[in-house]
Design a protein around this ligand. Structure first.
Ligand SMILES: Nc1nc2c(ncn2[C@@H]2O[C@H](COP(=O)(O)OP(=O)(O)OP(=O)(O)O)[C@@H](O)[C@H]2O)c(=O)[nH]1
Ligand SMILES: [Mg+2]
Ligand SMILES: [Zn+2]
Length: 394
């Protein structure tokens, strides 16, 4: 081997060793931080003119976008790279409710661009241009922000066991309320034996919404997915566990950045592989947010006028403006159900979501009363019931 070749060989070995060494560094090793200290153009992450104007109001602070959240610890993308951040004590103290706290996708104002001597401190969340919110589990009536400042919501549903038109209606009602545009993404087309039937089922509920059919296994539908991706624009992926959200994102990233896992064999349900929301910059431009599969999507607020445009247009034709669509003469809803223009199931779903939306807007005391009214029918019946309970206690 000539001397030159030998030198080349040595430097190649050295290079490999360096990469192996760096790969083994712990998350908090200073060298890793230096490697991450890239000069990032925040516009790639969606920092448009509006956010720039808002951020300019805070002279001594820096703008950053929340890319991950782990309880009260955040990862944010700043111009210096990705760093750790926490909200200031004052922020936590003055926040009205849970929705005021930073969520993945938020633009926040931080006090430093380096977290080597401690997490950066988040002082403000810039006004959101959109936010996808669901009702938190439990008794509190607070909402939980699933992602903020999104342009498009990919509502992902698998074409096998998971397929459920009523669930899509629920997602659409919440998505239309977010300020972003929903798109329905039907996944795992390779597992579906009767696609035309599924699509016809979806027709009634998907008015004005793009529907994409794709298969990550067969590599189909990705041209349509990519037609929704634009530099500086953000897409949030939502849907049940196991429908293939992370698989699609990995394909768009061109490598396996996110964990994926086979669904359970007995019932085809996912295993909740993704455990936290995560924002990623795509190599071709555009930003995606992966979210954990949701068991249930409770309504915090909904836009039924948009999601049920057809139902409300029919109801507007009823003879009485306060028609309850039960027994009144000239009821256009009953007529539409009778002639098959409107399905009984869709109307029932509209009523159910409307009740939920009203309920979500109530305080916990109002909720308790609402529940009692529904159980016993009317205030006098509730009074009577309470009296009976008291007598029994004696
Ligand atoms: N047959 C088939 N399998 C797919 C397709 N897309 C994804 N899968 C498989 O479905 C399983 C679940 O995919 P994930 O991407 O982990 O699903 P997820 O929606 O991210 O699930 P959570 O993270 O739990 O919310 C994996 O085994 C994937 O390989 C597809 O187009 N066809
Ligand atoms: Mg996932
Ligand atoms: Zn009516």
């Amino acid at each position: 081997m000539s001397a030159a070749l030998f030198c080349l060989f040595l430097s190649a070995v050295g290079g490999c060793a360096f990469f192996v060494f760096v790969g083994k560094l712990g998350e908090n090793h200073p060298l890793r931080k230096d490697l991450k200290a890239l000069n990032i153009d925040l516009r790639d992450y969606g920092f448009g003119e509006r956010f720039a104007r808002e951020a300019a109001l805070y002279e001594d602070l820096f703008a950053a976008r929340v890319s991950e959240q782990h309880h009260d610890l955040y990862r944010v993308v700043a111009s210096s790279g990705e760093i750790d951040a926490r909200v200031s004590g004052r922020f936590a103290h003055t926040a009205d409710d849970e929705t005021c706290f930073p969520a993945v996708g938020d633009w926040v104002m931080i006090d430093r661009l380096d977290d080597r001597t401690g997490s950066a401190i988040i002082h403000h969340v810039l006004p959101r241009k959109s936010m996808l919110v669901r009702q938190s589990a439990g008794l509190r009536s607070s909402g939980q922000v699933i992602s903020a400042n999104i342009d498009t919501i990919f509502i992902c549903m698998s074409l096998n066991e998971d397929f459920n038109v009523r669930r899509i209606e629920r997602y659409l009602a919440i998505a239309w309320d977010s300020g972003a545009t929903p798109v329905i993404v039907l996944t795992k087309a390779d597992l579906c034996a009767d696609l035309p039937y599924r699509l016809s089922e979806l027709n009634e509920v998907s008015i004005g919404v793009d529907v994409i059919t794709c298969s990550a296994a067969a590599g189909t539908g990705f041209d349509e997915i990519e037609s929704h991706i634009e530099p500086g624009k953000t897409i949030a992926f939502v849907g049940s566990s196991g429908v293939g959200k992370s698989t699609i994102i990995n394909r768009l990233m061109g490598r396996d950045v996110l964990d994926t896992q086979a669904v359970r064999e007995d019932d085809g349900k996912g295993r909740h592989t993704t455990t936290h929301r995560q924002l990623l910059l795509l190599p071709q431009g555009g930003i995606v947010i992966d979210t954990p599969g949701m068991r249930e999507l409770q309504i915090h607020s909904a836009n039924l006028t948009k999601a049920f445009e057809d139902v409300e247009a029919i109801a507007a034709q009823c003879r009485f403006s306060d028609c309850s669509h039960r027994t009144e003469p000239g009821c256009a809803i009953r007529a539409a159900i009778a002639d098959g223009t409107l399905s009984e199931e869709r109307f029932a779903s509209y009523n159910k979501l409307q009740r939920e939306a009203v309920y979500a807007g109530l305080s916990s005391r109002q909720r308790e009363n609402e529940k009692l009214t529904r159980m016993f029918g009317g205030k006098s019946a509730i009074k009577q019931f309470r009296k009976e309970i008291k007598t029994k206690k004696r």
